[in-house]
Ligand binder design. Structure first.
Ligand code: GLV
Length: 388
């Protein structure tokens, strides 16, 4: 077994073990992938201030996200098709998150269903909602999340229409995979994945198949989105969903201060500054670059979280020191899951925790409450100056 010391190590094992089409699905951004690339590279423009001779004993990364205790300000992001990365992937990731004391967010487009994840875990998880044209189905989905005692609803606002990821089209992405000659050739090299999948509880979209008429077993993401997602979603509808749900609501996909103000008006408990991991509007700004202006606009009135681009504990530290109250990892946990199942997700969380804790100490801080922009060196023009 190789010695795994960082998220990149997990990614290398993941790439070897998981069928190409699912690796490509996770590892793609839309079109030129500029936003996907800059989500990670823009973190490098921010430097940390090294401070010395500060007592670093008794440190803690514990804090709260939407009032819930977390062992570090990192939640598992909703990721579609997680159960195709590893057999029962959502269940395994949820269990790892629960044991680590961080929130797990189940995607509408998951393989394991809400009920399966609820049965396999003992603490509430969060549910991510996509809004569909079929409003009865959406109401039933919300009810299922309530019945499963989900403790927050994460409403995704940036995917009424699917961004084009070239590789998914070329690979004919579907769950379960369609058996073309090239898929079969690739699957034959992934025996560990295949054996796991033979024993999986489920190999199709568990929140959808059997709950929506006319969705076949091999529904593929592109077709399903085009047919079913609600292109008319607007702020009134968001407010209505919030009312139907009645619990904490997190609005995901905010990248602009004006939208952050709208989210505030509909009474969001938190917003996630996100560009969907660079998978939707290519050419949009990276999340970390968009964060300061959104914090300046609404940060004192609503909890601001960030996803897209987090690959290390130092990235978490930078976002939190900037003012985010929480962050999300998507690909970083998927790499661990595809590499080693539940133990791999735990490994990803341990790596990020350690990197965060050590960096925090070397910046001379001991708790999350002590983190602020003072530990960062942010270039003056980090957000850019744009023509009016
Ligand atoms: C779905 O959320 C996707 O980004 O593929």
């Amino acid at each position: 077994m190789p010695v795994i010391t960082n998220i990149e190590d997990l990614k290398r094992i993941y790439q070897r073990r998981v069928p190409r089409m699912f690796y490509d699905y996770a590892e793609s951004g839309s079109w030129t992938e500029q936003t996907f690339r800059e989500n990670t590279s823009d973190f490098d423009d921010i430097y940390l201030r090294q401070r010395v001779a500060v007592d670093m004993s008794g440190r803690s990364t514990a804090t709260k996200m939407i009032g819930q205790d977390v062992s570090m300000p990192v939640a598992l992001a909703p990721v579609g098709l997680t159960g195709m990365q590893h057999a029962d992937g959502e269940i395994k990731a949820a269990r790892a998150a629960e044991a680590f004391g961080v929130p797990f967010t189940l995607s509408t487009m998951s393989i394991n269903s809400i009920e399966e994840v609820a049965e396999a875990t003992s603490k509430p998880f969060w549910f991510q909602l996509y809004t569909m044209r079929d409003t009865d189905y959406v109401s039933r989905l919300i009810q299922r999340a309530k019945d499963a005692k989900c403790s927050a609803l994460v409403i995704t606002l940036d995917l009424q229409i699917l961004g084009q990821r070239h590789k998914d089209l070329k690979n004919g992405l579907s769950a379960p995979p369609k058996l073309t000659p090239s898929t079969i050739a690739n699957l034959m090299t992934k025996w560990r994945w295949g054996i796991g999948m033979l024993g999986a509880k489920r190999r199709n979209f568990g929140n959808i198949v059997g709950h929506v008429d006319g969705i076949s077993d091999s529904a593929d993401l592109g077709a399903w989105t085009a047919e079913s997602f609600d292109p008319t979603l607007d702020w009134n509808k968001v407010a209505k969903i919030k009312e139907d749900w009645g619990g904490p609501v997190i609005l995901k996909g905010i990248l602009d201060a004006e939208d952050a103000k709208m989210a505030l008006q509909v009474g969001a408990d938190a917003i996630i500054v996100s560009n969907h991991g660079g998978r939707q509007l290519d050419g949009a700004m990276s999340s970390i670059r968009a964060l300061p202006s959104i914090l300046d606009a609404v940060g004192d009135q609503v909890e601001v979280h960030l996803d897209s681009g987090i690959r290390s504990g130092q990235d978490v530290l930078k976002a939190v020191a900037m003012g985010a109250k929480g962050t999300y990892i998507g690909r970083s946990f998927v790499y661990g899951l595809g590499a080693m199942g539940q133990a791999g997700v735990t490994k990803a969380l341990e790596i990020i925790h350690k990197e965060m804790d050590v960096s925090m100490a070397l910046c001379g801080r001991r708790t999350i409450a002590e983190l602020d922009r003072d530990i960062l060196l942010v270039p003056e023009n980090f957000e850019g100056r744009w023509q009016a």
